[in-house]
Design a protein around this ligand. Structure first.
Ligand SMILES: Cc1cc2nc3c(=O)[nH]c(=O)nc-3n(C[C@H](O)[C@H](O)[C@H](O)COP(=O)(O)OP(=O)(O)OC[C@H]3O[C@@H](n4cnc5c(N)ncnc54)[C@H](O)[C@@H]3O)c2cc1C
Length: 416
């Protein structure tokens, strides 16, 4: 073994993917994962879904078993926070008082939940970690009425789970439809109807002014009055964990800023996952996305670049959400599109909505039609030729839209 040491800070899927890719890519030096969570990296998506159900196992879905880290000589420092980074000395100061030198460093510090304005109490919860989910699960079991602040993904998923458990659920949302930011107004309106039909009480166009624990309930004060509930779940967005980087002089701007190779402005320091605001060559802008798949691929890309491969991170972002019996997926970005085409049936809640510009698909949102998303992911950054009629024709396989591209095409050619 060489004496080179790479350190990965973070305990999420991006960090897990970084260490796995470093090892599978042939790195045989010392490898250390520093996470302030006390569990090896686990999956967060189930935490707002199945995990909350009383019959589900109370243990997380691990990305890799603890034995994997031992077998691959990955030292896991769990329950340890990286407190200070000295890029000149290439050292990390840890909460244990020790300091750790590194040759390469990947920051995969993720995000934290934005707190609610008002009291901190075990009736007013956020949801990000396994510990959060365990507390929510136990509080949910005895609650009759759950108020969810924020009609984004996590809020909607928690409300759906609560309704599935027979609870009364209320969502308080600032916009006039749910999931407006992620899905746009028209598809957001469809989801709003889905939740309403399931019995969720909706307080739309409502701004939360404060949340208070009365000792026997939690009261949410909004610009339209007050809501009393047994439990409040705050799904009001997130804040990227940039402090370690920012205090070390690494450029941050709504995340840790990186180039297309996951490199920060400081030599040998990379960033990946939810915390990273990475330059994306296809969109010609920095983007920070909070999707599981992106974090996984991003961590792998950071590892490959640390190993010297110089591969731009050129992924089509993709996410999914499960609410009630519905599966929602999206890939691509709709900005700049000028036409929306529906394939399938809005009435049957089985459709894909394509956003187009200049004969190209910019994004697709699919409800209960996941195959369309798989096909579009492969098309987004390659030449393709599309018309509204072709898309509406359900008999026409979407992969037929791909134009022939020489196998030798470079990444730049493919994105031009
Ligand atoms: C409840 C929930 C449900 C979700 N559902 C979906 C879904 O259905 N579909 C989807 O696409 N995405 C979903 N996501 C988003 C997805 O889980 C995230 O995009 C993904 O977890 C991001 O991984 P990450 O490794 O970048 O960051 P994180 O998972 O946030 O991990 C960062 C880790 O770094 C640790 N850390 C931070 N700072 C330090 C430090 N200084 N020292 C040591 N450790 C530190 C943190 O404690 C944390 O463990 C969901 C997220 C949540 C919370």
């Amino acid at each position: 073994m060489s004496t080179v040491r790479h350190v990965v800070v973070g305990g999420g899927v991006a960090a897990a993917s970084t260490v796995a890719t470093l090892r599978s890519g042939g790195f045989d030096g010392e490898l250390v994962l520093v996470s302030d969570d006390d569990t090896v990296p686990y999956e967060r998506p189930p935490l707002s879904k199945d995990f909350l159900e009383p019959g589900s196992p109370p243990t997380p879905t691990l990305i890799r078993e603890p034995q994997w880290y031992a077998d691959h000589q990955v030292q896991t420092l769990l329950g340890v926070k990286a407190q200070r980074l000295d890029p000149r000395a290439r050292r990390l100061k840890l909460s244990t008082g020790e300091s750790l030198s590194y040759d390469g460093l990947v920051l995969a510090t993720g995000v934290r939940a934005r707190p609610a304005p008002g009291d901190a109490s075990d009736r007013i919860l956020t949801l990000r970690s396994l510990a959060d989910a365990k507390l929510l699960r136990s509080r949910l079991a005895s609650a009759e009425h759950v108020a969810v602040l924020g009609g984004g993904f996590i809020g909607c998923e928690v409300a759906a789970t609560a309704v599935g458990l027979g609870k009364r659920a209320t969502i308080v949302e600032r916009a006039d439809v749910l999931m407006n930011k992620a899905l746009g107004h028209s598809i957001g309106a469809i989801f709003t109807d889905i939740h309403r039909a399931k019995g969720v009480e909706l307080h739309l166009n409502s701004v939360v002014l404060g949340v208070h624990d009365t000792g026997s309930s939690a009261v949410v004060r909004t610009n339209h009055g007050s809501i009393e509930a047994d439990l409040v779940v705050v799904g009001a967005g997130s804040l990227p964990n940039v402090e370690l980087a920012a205090e070390a002089g690494i450029v941050t701007d709504n995340g840790i800023v990186t180039d297309q190779f996951c490199r920060t402005n400081v030599p040998n320091v990379y960033a990946a996952g939810d915390v990273a605001s990475s330059y994306h060559p296809f969109y010609n802008q920095h983007l920070r996305v909070e999707h599981h798949d992106t974090a996984t691929r991003h961590g792998a890309a950071a590892a490959r670049n640390l190993l010297g491969h110089d591969e731009p991170f050129l992924e089509a972002h993709w996410f999914w959400s499960d609410q009630y019996e519905h599966n929602l997926q999206r890939t691509g970005r709709a900005e700049g599109s000028d036409e929306v085409v529906i394939r399938g049936s809005l009435d049957d809640l089985k459709f894909s909505a394509f956003a187009l510009r200049d004969g190209r698909i910019r994004s697709v949102i699919s409800l209960n039609q996941p195959r369309d998303v798989i096909a579009v992911r492969r098309l987004l950054f390659v030449d393709h030729d599309v018309t509204a009629d072709k898309l509406r024709d359900q008999a026409m396989p979407l992969n037929r839209l791909r134009s022939r591209m020489p196998a030798s095409a470079t990444a730049e050619e493919r994105t031009s």
